[in-house]
Design a protein around this ligand. Structure first.
Ligand code: HAM
Length: 418
């Protein structure tokens, strides 16, 4: 039997690979303009990093991590998300003593043992940023401004930005107590998961997908109504800042996010391009995580979006992405000119042109067929006559027009006529 890729994983090739390359290049380009510097991380970390960072009670840690003992008996986990690893690296390399803010961007593959469906995989890629060291609402504006600039650069302008504030250590205990009072009073109306969340993670009941729970929780107390003065002012400034730079948003009082490290501002970009409304991006402030992982108090904020989800979104909306590169030139050769054809191809490739020539020792007719199949833009026949002459005939495959060109000027001609 043939071996297939494991469930929830994906081979990416052809047009999709070209799309992904373009999306990543554009991401790095726009992130760099905003002053974010790239960070690359190990694919696996000590399990404890995610238990402490993402939170023991989260679905990610409870149900979705790929965790195993390595040959040395250490508990290792394949990265389920990037934030905890960025903070670990920030601390490990003494970056808290460097000038703030530190601004990172990343393109990382992640692993979560989830039920695969469209836009949800067991190995997937996140593009994200983490900004460490600023407690100002301007940090929220900076990361969101970057994200909408990137979306605009790739042609995506149909989405909703949902925001909420879930408060801080000062105001959250009062809110939790109120929420638990409400949940206790409605215990029997909640689904089994929410009944368990009452003990482990009451906040997560707010975004339960069960319709009955959603109905009950409409009337539940909401975090934004219990903010302390500092959190309230912060949230107001975030909203004012977004207004000032023209980023539209919707306040979503039930938005809480699935990872434990968030404080104050949380947000999601939702869209219905790939079916039912789904989050293409999620993020928020995590002012306690650096301390939780053993560092000095350091406010921070970030987001991540699923690359595969974004690509499906663009595809569903008919937004064009560059596909596979077409060769600028195909050089047809004969038995006695295969070497010179490769030599010429090498010279033109060094000049930046995309050039293909025969490496299958095919007949003339079969080479013609191949040049058509790979959509070469120009064709050049390099026979022994052409080898001796100073000029060659170049055929434009779209118009059928043939032009005589001096060999020495071939690269200029092709660069001008791509
Ligand atoms: P998250 O909401 O768990 O947040 O994931 C962010 C995004 O990753 C989701 O909105 C979705 O687009 C994509 N994603 C998540 N799971 C899958 C999956 N199984 N298959 C495909 N795509 C998926 C985080 O991970 C946080 N670390 C974000 C963050 C960064 N917060 C602050 N900084």
């Amino acid at each position: 039997m043939m071996i297939q890729a494991p469930k929830g994983t994906k081979d990416i090739y052809g047009t999709e690979a070209a799309n992904v390359r373009w999306l990543e290049d554009m991401y790095a380009d726009v992130a760099t303009r905003f002053g974010f510097k790239e960070i690359k991380l190990p694919t696996f970390e000590h399990t404890e990093l995610f238990q402490r960072g993402v939170g023991d009670a989260t679905d990610i840690v409870q149900k979705e991590m790929y965790t195993f003992l390595d040959k040395g008996g250490r508990s290792i986990t394949l990265r389920p998300e990037g934030t905890a690893g960025v903070v670990r690296a920030y601390l490990e390399h003494g970056m808290p003593s460097e000038p703030s803010p530190m601004k990172f961007f990343y393109c990382l593959n992640n692993f979560r043992y989830e039920r695969p469906q469209k836009g949800r995989y067991r190995e997937f890629t996140q593009f994200g940023v983490e900004l460490l060291g600023s407690e100002s609402p301007l940090a929220e504006i900076e990361v969101l401004s970057f994200l909408v600039t990137y979306f605009a650069a790739i042609g995506l302008d149909e989405y909703e930005l949902h925001i909420n504030s879930i408060g801080c250590d000062k105001c959250r205990p009062t809110y939790h107590a109120e929420l638990k009072k409400f949940l206790a009073a409605h215990h029997d109306e909640l689904c089994e998961d929410c009944q368990a969340r009452y003990e482990t993670n009451p906040l997560r009941t707010l975004d339960c997908k069960n319709e009955k729970c959603q109905l009950v929780l409409e009337d539940a107390p909401k975090p934004a109504d219990y903010l302390c003065d500092d959190c309230d002012i912060h949230y107001t400034h975030v909203k004012e800042g977004l207004d000032q730079i023209g980023i539209e948003f919707e306040e979503d009082p039930k938005l809480v996010r699935g990872l434990d490290y968030y404080t104050r501002t949380v947000f999601e970009f939702v869209s219905d391009g790939i079916g039912a409304q789904s989050a293409i991006c999620g993020g928020g402030r995590y002012d306690n995580l650096v301390e939780t992982l053993g560092g000095p108090p350091t406010p921070a904020i970030g987001f991540a979006f699923g690359l595969e989800r974004l690509r499906l979104e663009l595809e569903a909306r008919g937004i064009e992405m560059p596909g596979v590169e077409r060769p600028d030139l195909y050089i047809l050769s004969f038995e006695d000119t295969r070497g010179p054809a490769l030599h010429l191809a090498q010279r033109l490739r060094a000049e930046g042109l995309t050039v293909e020539t025969d490496i299958m020792e095919r007949s003339f007719k079969a080479q013609m067929k191949h040049a058509n199949r790979i959509y070469a833009k120009h064709l050049l026949v390099l026979g022994s006559e052409e080898l001796k002459a100073d000029t060659v005939q170049v055929k434009n495959m779209a118009s059928g027009e043939e032009t005589e060109i001096a060999k020495a000027e071939l690269d200029d001609y092709l660069l001008e006529n791509y």
